[in-house]
Design a binder for this molecule. Structure first.
Ligand SMILES: [Zn+2]
Length: 96
């Protein structure tokens, strides 16, 4: 039996299938149809919905953290430079 009475019919997928697509879904690498199938399952399934939400926030956290790590590199260098200058000043004062 085929359900073709509805335009844009979305195939039902089970939890296992949804979980298998979890990461590709979050990376938005699924095609439109697959995305819709996962989204439809998430609308129906509380368990997968919370799992996907957890993974999504976890991913955001990692991405935020990795971009944070990139930024302070220059800051750390500037601090190290300032520290060197302070030490240099102190040393030259001691020499007098
Ligand atoms: Zn599910």
């Amino acid at each position: 039996m085929t359900l073709n009475w509805e335009e844009g019919y979305v195939k039902q997928i089970d939890c296992q299938e949804a979980e298998r697509r979890l990461h590709t879904f979050l990376d938005r690498e699924l095609d439109k149809e697959e995305m819709a199938e996962v989204q439809a399952h998430l609308d129906d399934c509380r368990e997968c919905h919370s799992k996907f939400r957890f993974e999504a926030s976890f991913k955001r956290l990692i991405m935020a953290r990795s971009s944070e790590q990139r930024a302070p590199t220059g800051l750390r260098e500037r601090l190290a430079e300032r520290l060197r200058q302070q030490r240099g000043e102190r040393r030259s004062r001691d020499d007098k």
